[in-house]
Design a protein around this ligand. Structure first.
Ligand code: NAI
Length: 251
């Protein structure tokens, strides 16, 4: 796969899945804008991904603010760059029982995981229209299709990401913009540290996963690479589970 003339923006690029996707794109020749909230961890991530600094640019941005997203795209525009690839990987997963979830937590989760994804897609659209095509990859979750105790806002937000992916795929196909989603199962990142560190929950995840393990960030990154390259040109509106078979099985 060769992305040498391609420009990508990856959110959530300071760690976990976003960082792995950004690294995979960069290793395959793309220039990658790295976005996440925390300037310090983002700049460390940029160093890890490309120590030469020639193929990455870190732009700290809290994507819960639409004004910040507009500023972010102004900075990219100032580089006279038109994006080819957008990967929406930033996300949060606060846990609380539905009856106890503070409304602000609900709004923040929906805003980060869904509202910001819409705004980022909307802003990237102009670049992609200019380029006569593009690839948008939204990181949803298997929990966009299933319930999970204590994660009402998260499940609702990821269900929204799946619906939005199909809707934008339909609307922007005429611009040659492919919009797809990846629905990861349980992946070894900071987000699942609590599960990993609890021996009972850890074993439960492994038992419920036909392939018998947590996913690695590279499992998700490899799928993102496929969706970003020309081999997937006839795929749009798809939601690809990367979950070791968890969503294929009932017990
Ligand atoms: P993580 O917690 O390791 O990383 C999340 C990233 O999102 C960080 O870079 C963080 O700075 C960024 N972020 C969060 N809020 C932000 C904001 N307001 N503005 C800018 N950046 C923000 O999470 P992980 O595991 O890498 O998850 C990445 C995506 O994959 C998320 O959307 C998550 O919901 C999804 N996912 C993860 C799974 C897992 O098992 N780890 C399973 C299914 C989906």
């Amino acid at each position: 796969m060769e992305f040498s003339s391609k420009f990508a923006l990856v959110t959530g690029a300071s760690r976990g899945i976003g960082k792995a996707i950004a690294k995979a794109l960069c290793d395959n020749g793309a220039f990658v804008y790295l976005v996440s909230r925390d300037a310090k961890t983002l700049s460390q991530s940029a160093m890890d991904i490309d120590p030469t600094g020639k193929r990455v640019k870190a732009i700290p941005c809290d994507i819960t603010s639409n004004t910040n997203i507009k500023e972010l795209f102004k900075r990219i525009e100032a580089d006279e760059v038109y994006l080819d690839i957008l990967v929406n990987a930033a996300g949060i997963a606060p846990a609380s029982c539905a009856e106890d979830t503070p409304y602000d937590e609900w709004k923040d989760t929906l805003n980060t995981n869904l509202g910001a994804v819409f705004s980022l897609c909307q802003n990237a659209f102009l670049s992609m229209k200019h380029n006569c095509g593009g690839k948008i990859i939204n990181i949803a979750s298997i929990l966009g299709n299933y319930g999970a105790s204590g994660l009402s806002a998260y499940c609702a937000s990821k269900g929204g990401v799946i619906a939005l992916t199909k809707q934008l795929a339909t609307e922007w196909a005429r611009y040659n913009i492919n919009v797809n989603a990846i629905a990861p199962g349980y992946i070894l990142t900071d987000m699942t540290k609590g599960l990993q560190n609890d021996p009972i929950l850890n074993q439960k995840v492994i038992n419920r996963t036909p392939l018998g393990r947590f996913g690695k960030v590279e499992d998700v990154a490899n799928t993102a690479l496929f969706l970003a390259c020309n081999s997937s040109d006839f795929i749009t509106g798809a939601v690809i589970p990367v979950d070791g078979g968890m969503s294929a099985t009932l017990v």
